[in-house]
Design a protein around this ligand. Structure first.
Ligand code: TXA
Ligand code: MG
Length: 508
């Protein structure tokens, strides 16, 4: 079948296109259309055969009921019975909008549409093209998200075409959607009403209007034995091709863990993906990194989530690591979709961190102008099994200075450079639990121990690698002295690199 694609502007609706699309639906065909949440795959909601076509096009199990979309509130009574009194207030606040309500169904709604249930899900979308289409089709349009079952819901007409081109009659292209996650589903057949799927309308928002609501407890738990109450929530929906793993912890730990995992993958030649945010993007050097939005505005994250997951399907990454998001407001819906996409796979950032004793190696000399920065730069040239922040400090740095020129000359002759180095004073900040402090001589070590009272993780370089070749002090001597110093440092740093690698467990 040829799928017609028609552009539609919700601010300036082309009535001919809407009538053409409405006619297709009336005749039992399928039309995908934009709503503010995601694109829907529309069919006539009161025709049994239309529902069957919908299931076939999506490859969706037919026990998964469809949402009936209406454009006018009066139409609700035609398809639902025993509508509870709070409905008026909910509709007044949230309809049209990203809210689906569940009621007992009336006889006109076929079981094909409700997946055999005696209840019906009803939504009034806000998008003007969607409302025009619903009216043109006779008032009742069933619409699941317009994706192939198991793929992320479509947030653009291109996504719809990727999945359904050739399988449906028409796509109305209204550009990218605003919200990006499916509507909140609230079950009105129980007391208090129960949220079956979190979305842009949150529990707190409902409570302000109708008082207490409950939440289907299976939604955010991981290994829950119970089946979710909305049949569609039990499927591993929204699944990207690659394995998706959510990294959990405080944000700083998450960043460090993702960096560590990405570094390990790079070393092993594995291609991985990272879901990052505006705030964390600069921290990632390896892997395919995609920005999902800003942590300052969770709406941007909701809007981009499915797009990013789809984009990863075109990258052949084997694993995607995602940072996690606060489970508040819209964050609940974001984490719910992300966890479903991940099939509830998650790792704790703290557990990843524990695999690595040191994350930083800081060399310490007197003035941080020659030996310590040389050692740091030599170590940076090793491809180590794990990633470290490698730097240097001095115990007496009166003001920041570039590296000693002779030291730089020697480093240059070994294809390295200290040209970006600026000497910095050692302080308490350098003594974090995950930092390995290596001094050039014994006096420096003792000075740190007496000044800061810290005994752990502070060693002389000689002591740490178990070799007592003395590191000469070249200061004030000719270039050759710097050359000799470089040779000794190189040998000790080679041992250091081996030792650091030996601390890394092979099987992670
Ligand atoms: O934002 C949305 O709701 C989008 C747009 C297109 O309106 N539609 C959407 O439909 O997400 P769909 O089919 O992908 O998801 C419908 C969800 C499924 O989880 C389904 O099981 C649940 O609604 N549902 C439908 N009727 C139900 C009923 N009678 N009882 C419980 N859950 C129901
Ligand atoms: Mg869906």
């Amino acid at each position: 079948m040829e799928t017609k694609i028609r552009k539609i502007d919700k601010n300036e609706i082309d009535e001919d296109i809407i009538q053409e699309a409405g006619k297709i639906l009336k005749e039992g065909g399928l039309v995908a259309f934009p709503t503010e949440t995601v694109y829907g795959l529309g069919a006539h909601a009161l025709k049994e055969e239309a529902a069957l076509k919908t299931y076939a096009a999506k490859g969706r199990p037919s026990d998964n009921p469809l949402i009936v979309h209406i454009a006018d509130y009066e139409d609700l009574q035609k398809i639902a019975v025993n509508i509870p009194p709070e409905t008026d207030a909910l509709a007044a606040h949230f309809w049209p909008g990203p809210l689906t309500l569940i009621f007992e169904k009336s006889a006109v709604v076929p079981y094909g549409t409700t997946g055999g249930l005696d209840t019906v899900a009803v939504r009034m979308p806000e998008n003007a093209a969607a409302r025009g289409l619903i009216r043109a089709a006779g008032g009742f349009v069933s619409a699941p998200s317009a994706n192939t079952s198991g793929r992320p819901s479509p947030t653009t007409a291109e996504h719809v075409a990727e999945d359904l081109d050739g399988k449906i009659d028409m796509i109305l292209d209204g550009g990218p959607v605003e919200i990006g996650l499916e509507s909140t589903i609230l079950d009105m057949t129980v007391q208090p009403p129960m949220i079956l799927r979190p979305g842009a309308i949150t529990g707190e928002m409902f409570e302000k209007v109708i008082g207490e609501v409950s939440m289907d407890e299976t939604l955010l738990g991981d290994e829950s034995e119970k089946a979710p109450k909305a049949p569609g929530m039990k499927y591993r929906h929204y699944a990207p091709k690659a394995k998706l793993i959510i990294v959990e912890g405080d944000l700083r730990e998450e960043i460090l863990a993702v960096r560590q995992l990405a570094y390990a993958a790079k070393r092993e030649g594995r291609k991985i993906g990272i879901i990052a945010t505006d705030e964390t993007l600069p921290f990632y050097k390896y892997g395919v990194v995609k920005n999902i939005g800003t942590r300052e505005n969770e709406k941007t994250i909701a809007r981009n989530l499915y797009k990013v997951l789809r984009e990863f399907d075109d990258e052949d990454v084997e694993v995607i690591y995602s940072e996690s998001f606060a489970v508040q407001g819209m964050g609940k819906a974001i984490m719910n979709r992300l966890e479903k996409a991940a099939g509830h796979l998650r790792i704790s950032a703290a557990a990843v961190a524990k695999q690595q004793k040191y994350r930083r190696v800081t060399f310490v000399s007197g003035s941080d102008s020659a030996r310590a920065p040389m050692a740091a730069e030599i170590l940076r040239h090793y491809e180590l099994k794990q990633e470290y922040v490698i730097d240097s400090r001095g115990l007496v740095v009166l003001f920041p200075e570039p590296a000693n020129q002779k030291a730089e000359a020697i480093m240059k002759s070994a294809q390295m450079t200290l040209q970006d180095h600026v000497s910095r004073q050692f302080d308490e900040e350098n003594l974090q639990d995950d930092a390995l402090i290596l001094t050039i001589d014994e006096n420096q070590k003792n000075k740190i121990l007496s000044e800061y009272g810290q005994t752990e993780n502070v060693y002389t370089l000689n002591e740490f690698v178990g070799d007592d070749t003395q590191i000469p002090e070249p200061y004030g001597k000719p270039l050759t002295a710097y050359g000799e110093c470089f040779e000794v440092l190189s040998a000790l740093v080679r041992m250091l690199a081996e030792k650091l690698d030996s601390l890394v467990e092979e099987e992670q």
